[in-house]
Design a protein around this ligand. Structure first.
Ligand SMILES: Nc1ncnc2c1ncn2[C@@H]1O[C@H](COP(=O)(O)OP(=O)(O)OP(=O)(O)O)[C@@H](O)[C@H]1O
Length: 378
């Protein structure tokens, strides 16, 4: 009798699990197309060189045109680039396809062909942010401050979705300028989210022996000890914010010659000298200038060595949206390759920097006889 009861429970549990699987599949399939290989072959001119957009750590990306004129980007994963079997990858991809946000590149579907996995994404017209910041000199000067700020805020919102608002928490692990794509309205879209999960075998791990990421953007605790937490994305976001404001690349260990000062070092040196405004575009005025300086300050908070000192993503969005909110004083960033700066006096003695909504308010207060300490003297 007891045995019957136990087996009934097992049967019930199995049926429930199967029902759950089907429900999950149906739900994911609604948002995820399973493409057949010939369709993708035709769309990409048989994966021709002409259609090739580039090559990254996970595989090669091709531009494709579907019969109804829809443009797609097809990422052909390198065989063996994932740490899982095809069934697991398929489940993982179905899960990723559910994640949709205006600041994420949409994963439209996939194709399993023999032992290959192909991921199909929406095609993002303007390509990656690194071209606009450092690579392509003709595009470099086309980004104005409002666009730069919109990109920083959009990336933060995309991270917010991945860390806090989506059905599964995704830690990107490889946020960098090449993984931020820009659409025709110059809105940023985070690419390659979830690929680290494919590579290391899914599931949230707090420690990994397989570090997936890019030097220059990697938090020290991740690069050195393999510790994984949302704060490693915050570190990369900080580097990105500094790069976007200054339009300078934070070179990594391997591409930095010893005489070159990297961006974090440069920004920190200016900060400790009270000359942080040297790091921004000198033509910025008023509200834009304050915003740019604030973005540098927030960037510095994100690249602090101790992950506990770094703000979380909701706080970052709050700080970005509220120009009058007080910001903490950042500690020296990780990977500071300079003289020990502890002796240098910070630009503001109170330890907390107060921003004003705009310089107009600043001037009004000055007229009223109050003394204002500009935390960022010119
Ligand atoms: N959805 C997309 N729409 C338009 N272009 C894309 C899309 N996805 C990738 N690309 C482009 O394809 C190229 C290769 O991308 P991929 O993500 O494979 O490499 P990466 O980002 O340069 O390197 P890594 O693998 O280290 O992240 C890049 O130039 C990228 O801008």
């Amino acid at each position: 009798m007891l045995i019957l009861t136990v087996s009934a429970i097992i049967r019930f549990k199995r049926r429930k699990a199967k029902k759950h699987d089907n429900a999950f599949d149906n739900m994911a399939r609604g948002k995820c197309t399973i493409y057949d290989f010939p369709t993708l072959q035709e769309a990409t001119g048989n994966f021709s060189e002409k259609h090739k957009l580039g090559e990254g750590g996970f595989g090669t990306v091709y531009k494709g045109n579907l019969p109804h004129g829809q443009e797609i980007a097809v990422k052909k994963l390198i065989e063996g680039s994932t740490g899982q079997g095809l069934d697991q990858i398929r489940n993982e991809v179905l899960l990723l396809a559910q994640l949709q946000h205006r600041n994420l590149v949409r994963l439209q579907g996939f194709c399993l062909h023999q032992n290959e996995m192909l991921l199909v994404y929406e095609y993002i017209k303007n390509g990656s942010l690194d071209n606009f910041l450092f690579v392509d000199s003709s595009r470099r000067n086309t980004l104005n401050w409002d666009e730069q700020y919109n990109i920083i805020l959009g990336i933060a919102k995309g991270i917010m979705y991945l860390h806090e608002d989506s059905s599964v928490r995704i830690i990107h692990r490889d946020l960098k300028a090449n993984n931020i794509l820009l659409n025709d309205a110059m809105d940023p879209k985070i690419a390659d989210f979830g690929l680290a999960r494919l590579q290391i075998g899914g599931h949230t791990q707090t420690k990994t022996s397989r570090v997936v990421g890019t030097y220059g953007y990697m938090a020290p605790e991740y690069a050195i000890h393999g510790n994984v937490s949302p704060k490693i994305d915050i570190f990369s976001f900080g580097v990105l914010a500094l790069e976007i404001v200054t339009k300078r690349r934070n070179c990594s260990f391997d591409d930095c010659d010893t005489d070159t000062v990297n961006l974090l070092t440069d920004v920190w040196t200016c900060w400790t000298k009270g000359a942080i405004s040297e790091m921004i575009d000198q033509s910025l005025e008023g509200h834009s200038r304050i915003q740019a300086l604030r973005c540098i300050h927030i960037g510095l908070l994100c690249v602090q060595s101790d992950p506990d000192d770094r703000p979380d993503i909701p706080s970052i969005i709050f700080m970005l949206n509220r120009n009058d909110m007080e910001l903490q004083t950042p500690a020296q960033p990780a990977f500071f390759f300079g003289e020990d700066s502890n002796s240098a006096s910070p630009p503001c003695q109170q330890g907390i920097y107060v921003y004003n909504r705009s310089e107009v308010i600043c001037e009004e207060i000055t007229k009223n006889g109050l003394t204002i300490t500009d935390p960022y003297p010119r």
